[in-house]
Design a protein around this ligand. Structure first.
Ligand code: DX5
Ligand code: ZN
Length: 212
């Protein structure tokens, strides 16, 4: 892939002005919108659910990149896809031996399917699923909160996965800023998620541009 896709995470957006925030991202170069869904079980934090995705869908046509950090994702996938998600990514650690069934559920319902791995999960654990999915999210922080520091060893997983399947889209999520984005690009990243870096600097356009 030649062009880096930037997928800003709305976790750091002003939730009281979500429509405005989404429009700002759209008008300043965002390619996708990254939606972080947390359940208070798989991760120690709770964020938003399918009704919010539905509301976002009404105000933008940008692809919605929905990251499910939840247990038993199979119970909620249909809701998230009907709400307008384009890409649904589940966590390998949440589904383990049920991974293929949940991937197939996502694809059957018409969305693109992603698999995410936490920092301590080795890429080889998901090698056998690479042919069945569209993308991998490599977590470069422990999932649960925005604003954490990038774990550098996670970037080494990018070429390991690319070597197994050159067509897989690889997304890095957590602690992405101008410097860590550069490192990920050197390792061959396709998609960069960034929350606090994009929303805390004041100039969204410049922040998105600096990641490319
Ligand atoms: C963490 C989420 C990330 C996070 C990124 O659990 O999956 O998407 O919001 O936020 P920053 O860019 O602030 O690390
Ligand atoms: Zn995320």
């Amino acid at each position: 892939m030649s062009k880096i896709i930037v997928s800003p995470s709305i976790l750091s957006a002003d939730f009281a002005n979500l429509e405005n925030e989404i429009k700002k991202l759209e008008n300043n170069g965002a390619d996708w919108i990254h939606v972080d869904v947390m359940d208070g079980h798989f991760v120690p934090n709770i964020t938003i659910g399918a009704p919010v995705v539905k509301a976002i869908r009404k105000v933008t046509s940008i692809p919605l990149d929905v990251h499910l950090m939840i247990e038993n994702p199979e119970k909620y996938i249909e809701d998230f896809i009907h709400a307008g998600s384009d890409i649904i990514t589940i966590h390998y650690e949440a589904v383990k031996e049920n991974t293929l069934n949940v991937i197939n559920q996502i694809k059957t319902l018409g969305a693109k399917a992603g698999l995410s791995i936490k920092p301590k999960t080795q890429p080889k654990e998901i090698f056998k699923y690479l042919k069945d999915i569209d993308l991998v999210i490599i977590m470069s922080v422990e999932p649960g909160f925005g604003g954490q520091k990038f774990i550098f060893e996670c970037a080494e997983k990018i070429p390991v996965l690319k070597k197994q399947n050159a067509n897989i889209i690889i997304e890095a999520d957590g602690g992405i800023n101008k410097e860590t984005a550069q490192l990920c690009k050197e390792y061959g990243i396709d998609v960069l998620v960034a929350g606090s870096y994009i929303f805390s600097g004041g100039d969204i356009k410049e922040a998105i541009k600096s990641l490319r």
